[in-house]
Design a protein around this ligand. Structure first.
Ligand code: SF4
Length: 343
């Protein structure tokens, strides 16, 4: 893509100052989101994907959180240098958020129509009657049947899936260009999940929205993503089009995640655990769990992202010359011996 991205994150570092030390939750993350595309950020719990998404509109608690370095360009303007008022106005008017738990996102004592209307009135210059009409239209847009009557119902009168539709309607209330959705289907059963994914596809295609979709589930990624950002321990391990990631995964972590998908022969959890992000290891952060690790992976810094052909980049030492590939597993020990012998 050659057009300027709607969102461009560059070398973002979000750290948390805790009694146990500095938690480097996001530690040098870069990626772009273009207009009208869905980018999925995928990784295990603790990989930094939610903190990355919350850093975009500064939803992280500050303190203890702090964006210590990097830039978040939205439509060419760096959000990290905006005033609090500027960020608040961007949030809601141009960037909407949808969270995992619709129950917690809705106020049980107000009707859903009131809650959508309030979101509209806080950002748009319309009358209360017009805001009510818009609320009904939004409920119709997100697929709530009988919206003109349901607009006066309370959250407890909606099922889990319908509540999530209402939360999406609130996020759409100010006609945003971008939606950031953090695990929005995790609390739902698979049938309802499929319906909500359909709704996100509809929003992207019909309203030409950009969507950042956070998930730990590569099955969801396959359903909805145009491009994918694979995160591990606060770093980006691989990025690429959804076709590249699924048909030609380059990073050992991405390969391991794919082998955990139902229907794959491997279907084994990845052995080991995420490293500490308070005291991250030297070298590649995945080296403790990586079957392809050689001695050089355990020293220095995380390898930079190397461009591969097409819309694809990977952070792995085996691709440092730009056209490399992973070695055969039985050759890994021999590589160490050869490098050691050459020193
Ligand atoms: Fe594995 Fe080394 Fe590549 Fe990291 S750099 S993914 S440890 S082979």
């Amino acid at each position: 893509m050659t057009e300027q991205p709607l969102l461009s994150i560059r070398d973002l570092k979000t750290h948390f100052h805790t009694d146990d030390g500095v938690v480097k939750a996001v530690d040098g993350v870069s990626f772009d989101v273009h207009r009208g595309e869905t980018v999925c950020i995928v990784g295990e719990s603790g990989s930094g994907k939610s903190v990355t998404s919350e850093s975009i509109t500064q939803l992280i608690p500050m303190p203890p959180g702090e964006i210590v370095e990097g830039s978040v360009y939205y439509d060419g303007n760096d959000i990290t240098t905006m005033t609090e008022d500027g960020v608040r106005s961007l949030r809601g008017s141009q960037i909407g958020h949808v969270f995992q738990n619709p129950q917690g996102a809705l106020n049980p004592v107000y009707t859903v129509g009131y809650q959508i209307r309030e979101a509209i009135l806080s950002h748009r210059d319309v009358s209360k009657a017009e805001a009510r009409e818009l609320a009904v239209e939004l409920l119709e847009e997100v697929g709530i049947p009988e919206a003109p009557t349901r607009v006066d119902d309370y959250p407890h009168e909606f099922s889990g899936g319908m509540k999530q539709r209402v939360v999406i309607a609130i996020a759409l209330a100010c006609d945003p260009e971008m939606l950031i959705a953090d695990e929005p289907t995790t609390a739902l059963d698979v049938t309802i999940e499929a319906q909500i994914l359909d709704l996100f596809r509809h929003l992207q295609q019909e309203l030409d929205m950009s969507i950042i979709f956070i998930t730990h589930d590569l099955g969801v990624v396959a359903e909805i993503a145009d491009r994918v950002v694979v995160m591990y321990a606060g770093k980006v391990m691989e990025t690429g089009s959804v076709e590249k990631i699924f048909e030609n995964p380059a990073h050992p972590y991405t390969k391991a995640l794919l082998e955990c998908l139902p229907g794959q022969a491997g279907l084994e959890p990845i052995p080991g655990a995420l490293p500490s992000v308070t005291d991250p290891p030297n070298g590649c952060r995945f080296h403790d769990r990586c079957p392809y690790a050689i001695d050089m992976c355990r020293t220095g810094e995380q390898p930079p992202l190397h461009d591969l052909p097409g819309d694809h980049a990977v952070s792995c030492i085996h691709y440092e010359d730009g056209d490399g590939d992973l070695p055969e597993l039985e050759d890994v020990d021999r590589m160490d011996a050869a490098i050691g012998g050459a020193r």
